[in-house]
Design a protein around this ligand. Structure first.
Ligand code: F6R
Length: 236
């Protein structure tokens, strides 16, 4: 069952961060899988301000771009470290080493990180939403039971990622936690803001659940919350 929270007045990020802090209060040792991209950053800033809130939590990076220069400041790892991990401090942080020669071994090790949690699943996955419905780098047509894997990015994702890299890099692939583990998480949040997400948000609710629109598969998740601002909810 999905729950939709539209935040019309108060800052959207305050509502999301407030609920997150309540959740951490109830379960301080939570195992979290976190997206980067631009949408969650204001929420991460609020969590980072709440010093110590993540002190007992474990965090897994949701995905990473391939073939970035080693010093690229907008890699998913660098973004998450800068916005949340370093200022907040966490008990355990697991990034994804896409540059390793044994990429399959790295993917299986990320799976192992997930499997060693209580119940062998993530407590909370905090996801953004691609304009084609992707979550993480699980593009349309991804296997619903997929685990961590190297994936090729859709053309719209490659184009959209250009706003992060400003010409320094043009990644065409990445490594992502798979839909199988995201759909198996105890709780899933999808964060979406801005008018350019309104069409895909509507599609995720109006179309049947299909791997062609990966986020629509969350229709069948027992504990999924969509955190929408008014423009992404199509209300303005
Ligand atoms: C990034 C990720 C992606 C983004 C999505 C939306 O870690 O998993 O799925 O969440 O592409 O990106 P923004 O938030 O920049 O619109």
């Amino acid at each position: 069952m999905e729950r939709v929270v539209t935040v019309p007045g108060a800052p959207w990020c305050a509502a999301v961060a407030g609920r997150w802090l309540e959740l951490l209060d109830a379960r301080p040792v939570a195992r979290l899988c976190l997206a980067t991209g631009s949408t969650p950053l204001p929420v991460y800033a609020r969590i980072a301000e709440a010093h110590g809130a993540l002190g007992a939590a474990s965090v897994l990076l949701l995905d990473e771009f391939g073939d970035l220069p080693a010093d690229e400041p907008e890699s998913c790892d660098r973004v998450l470290r800068r916005s949340l991990i370093d200022p907040a401090g966490v008990a355990d942080y697991r990034s994804i080493s896409v540059g390793t020669p044994d990429l399959d071994g790295e993917c299986r090790a990320v799976d192992g990180w997930i499997d060693t949690g209580p119940g062998g699943c993530l407590d909370l996955a905090v996801l953004g939403l691609g304009v084609n419905g992707h979550v993480g780098m699980n593009e349309p047509g991804s296997p619903v039971d997929g685990r961590t894997a190297r994936v090729e990015l859709a053309a719209s994702t490659i184009a959209s990622a250009q706003r992060y890299f400003e010409g320094r890099a043009r990644p065409t692939w990445g490594v992502t936690v798979g839909l199988g583990d995201l759909l198996a998480a105890r709780e899933v949040w999808v964060l979406a803001t801005g008018r350019d997400k309104a069409t895909i948000v509507a599609r995720c609710f109006e179309s049947p659940a299909t791997a062609e629109v990966p986020a629509s598969l969350l229709q069948d998740h027992p504990n999924c919350t969509w955190w929408l601002d008014k423009p992404s909810a199509g209300l303005t």
